[in-house]
Design a protein around this ligand. Structure first.
Ligand SMILES: Nc1ncnc2c1ncn2[C@@H]1O[C@H](COP(=O)(O)OP(=O)(O)OP(=O)(O)O)[C@@H](O)[C@H]1O
Length: 260
């Protein structure tokens, strides 16, 4: 075993990365390491660079300064924000999933490819929707379909942009449960979320991002008044409930003070 094999214990490492779409950077001096088995949530306000960070991780964007090192042969899959998808595209769920693998749809697929699509749809509990048009799915089902597409690539790292936006409470809970299972099976996960109480507080590790990484740690270390104020640029009140941090938005905070 050579020295490199001994010391590389990460899937992706970003060091001092600066990135912008034009002259002004949207990410500046970002350093972040994703170890094998990680389950990380990235939190930050709209426009803070969360999607851009995912683009650096997938390799669809390249930093103007700094480096990104990926473990050799790393399989990365990306689940986009639902609102960026053209849901009128005339395909069924099975076809859409299959296209992620082959670029082709059903008439030209092999029996093995179709069997794999059904296996992965079954794994996500949406096998019964295989023949439906993608437009007919609920938000939670659409997310599952995209996770199915991602899993077909057998990723070691799954990147997800806002996986719980537009889904109801039960679907959000099911989604977190599913992601927890995938993570326990060895898939590293990094997702972005706006939902501090419903999603971020339940993840093992968080990154607070606003143009640069402002904090990395457990929810108790990151979901704090000072870190959130630096990240979101406004005072945030944080309580503790059953050992977990709970963020009060201003409206809730006012109610809380009134009833205290
Ligand atoms: N393709 C693009 N061309 C030019 N500017 C872009 C492009 N994509 C994003 N930006 C800008 O880069 C900044 C960071 O955007 P990004 O989408 O990474 O933030 P975000 O944290 O994911 O936001 P949100 O939470 O709203 O999805 C924003 O100011 C945005 O307007």
């Amino acid at each position: 075993m050579n020295l490199e094999q001994v010391t590389i214990d990460y899937l992706v490492r970003i060091q001092g990365a600066t990135f912008g779409y034009d002259a002004s950077p949207v990410l500046e001096d970002v350093s972040l390491t994703i170890p094998p088995g990680a389950f990380i949530g990235v939190v930050g306000p709209s426009g803070s660079g969360k999607t851009s960070l995912l683009r650096l991780l997938t390799g669809t964007a390249t930093p103007q300064r700094g480096t990104i090192t990926r473990r050799r042969g790393l399989a990365v899959a990306y689940v986009p924000q639902l609102e960026t998808v053209n849901w009128n595209f005339p395909v069924t769920v099975a076809e859409c999933v299959l296209m992620a693998r082959t670029g082709r749809t059903l008439p030209w697929s092999t029996r093995q490819e179709r069997a794999e699509v059904h296996r992965v749809l079954g794994r996500l509990g949406i096998e019964g929707l295989a023949g439906r048009h993608i437009r007919e799915l609920s938000g939670g089902q659409q997310q599952r379909m995209f996770i199915a597409r991602a899993l077909l690539r057998r990723p070691q790292l799954l990147l997800m942009d806002e996986p719980t936006t537009g889904v109801d409470l039960t679907s959000r809970h099911d989604m977190l449960h599913l992601l927890g299972e995938l993570n326990a099976e060895g898939v590293a996960i990094l997702l972005t979320t706006h939902d501090l109480n419903g999603v971020a507080a339940h993840l093992p590790r968080l990154v607070a991002l606003n143009r640069t990484v402002l904090a990395v740690g457990s929810p108790r270390e990151v979901i704090t008044g000072p870190v959130l104020e630096r990240t979101f640029g406004a005072p945030v009140e944080v309580l503790e409930h059953l050992g977990m941090p709970v963020v009060l938005d201003r409206y809730d905070a006012a109610d809380h003070r009134a009833s205290a």
